[in-house]
Design a protein around this ligand. Structure first.
Ligand SMILES: [Zn+2]
Length: 347
């Protein structure tokens, strides 16, 4: 079968699309005929290589995909051939104290499909049954593939970690990215007043369509100054930051006293300076968040399947052009998710 692969870390030139052996189907696995996959910033980090993560090569990347079940392992009872499914990429042990407390995203040996172990950007993928969710008939493959990682991530950030209440104000940075465009919608759905930043008027217009009440072009003005001005120097209750170094200080400056910064990523780097006086004097909470529990993923995706949330697709490319998909993310071109399909799906 054909799969996206790389043999070593580096620039987009390491990405290949080539013939690899068919996947082995374990007793707890489901074989999925992949109809579409989606890219996340995680794919860029995995390609570049991350300290402490030692992948066996060649590596098949990809954390998001959706498709049709073609076979099931001997122990699988939840799915049968013909079922429509999407992948939930978090893998937990099910045994440790965190898993037993219903917090698999805190699992001591938590891993992500495509990041730590082989991923799903291939014509077929063997995925543990616990990592699949049913996709209703009316949902198209692009939506089913593009929603799971970012919508479950943003759902946990806002509803569980930051615990946003109706009437609170939420600032979402980078509203054009996958997590950002999900966070705008989830915050609006939670009843918050939503501020969103992006780099172009077009992206800001899309953010407004998805529920942002106020938009800020961060290329034209310092967003923290703008937030303080627009809130009468009060600041917002919650900031959603997945940008990291480039925005960290301004994110903290944008918060009201007692505010919460919730972070799930650091696309511009992970070692910003922090003004500690600002943290204790303003009594700020800094909240980390990674992925979600299966229950949180189910809740988020129910709202995708029923049309409450809109998954914006910036481009659909053949898997053979995955290098181009990485460029779209790295250059912050477009709005929403980049989808890739097995080349034979596009023939
Ligand atoms: Zn565990």
């Amino acid at each position: 079968m054909q799969a996206v692969t790389f043999d070593g870390h580096g620039g987009t030139g390491v990405i290949d699309y080539r013939t690899v052996p068919e996947p082995d189907l374990g007793a707890d696995d489901v074989l999925v005929d992949v109809r579409a996959g989606a890219l996340n910033h995680l794919d860029v980090w995995t390609r570049r290589g991350m300290p402490g993560i030692d992948l066996s090569m060649p590596h098949v990347p990809g954390s998001d995909a959706a498709g049709v079940v073609s076979a099931v392992g001997a122990s699988v009872t939840r799915f049968e051939p013909g079922d429509r499914v999407a992948v939930l990429a978090g893998v937990s042990c099910g045994q440790c104290e965190f898993c037993r407390h219903g917090e698999p995203a805190l699992c001591a040996s938590f891993r992500v499909l495509g990041e730590h172990v082989p991923g799903v950007h291939s014509e077929r993928a063997a995925v543990p049954a616990d990592n699949l969710i049913a996709v209703p008939e009316h949902v198209d493959w692009e939506t089913a593939a593009a929603a799971p990682l970012v919508f479950q991530t943003a759902w946990r950030m806002l509803n569980t970690r930051a615990d946003v209440s109706p009437g609170e104000s939420v600032l979402v940075l980078g509203a054009s990215g996958g997590v950002g465009h999900a966070a705008v919608q989830i915050a609006a759905h939670a009843g918050a007043e939503v501020f969103a930043t992006a780099s172009t008027e077009q992206k800001l217009q899309y953010a407004a369509e998805l529920g942002a009440d106020h938009v800020v072009n961060y290329t034209e003005t310092n967003f923290a100054d703008e937030i303080r001005a627009r809130t009468g120097k009060r600041g917002v209750d919650v900031v959603v930051d997945h940008v990291g170094e480039a925005t960290w200080d301004d994110s903290l400056r944008s918060l009201a006293k007692g505010g919460r910064l919730v972070t799930c990523g650091a696309t511009t780097g992970g070692r910003p300076e922090t003004n500690v006086q600002r943290v204790f004097w303003n009594q700020l909470d800094i909240l980390g968040s990674t992925m979600a529990t299966p229950g949180e993923a189910d809740a988020a995706l129910e709202h995708v399947w029923d049309g409450t949330f809109d998954v914006r697709i910036r481009d659909v490319l053949p898997m053979g052009e995955t290098a181009r998909a990485h460029e779209l993310l790295e250059n912050r071109e477009g709005f929403g998710k980049v989808v890739v399909k097995p080349d034979n799906e596009l023939d």
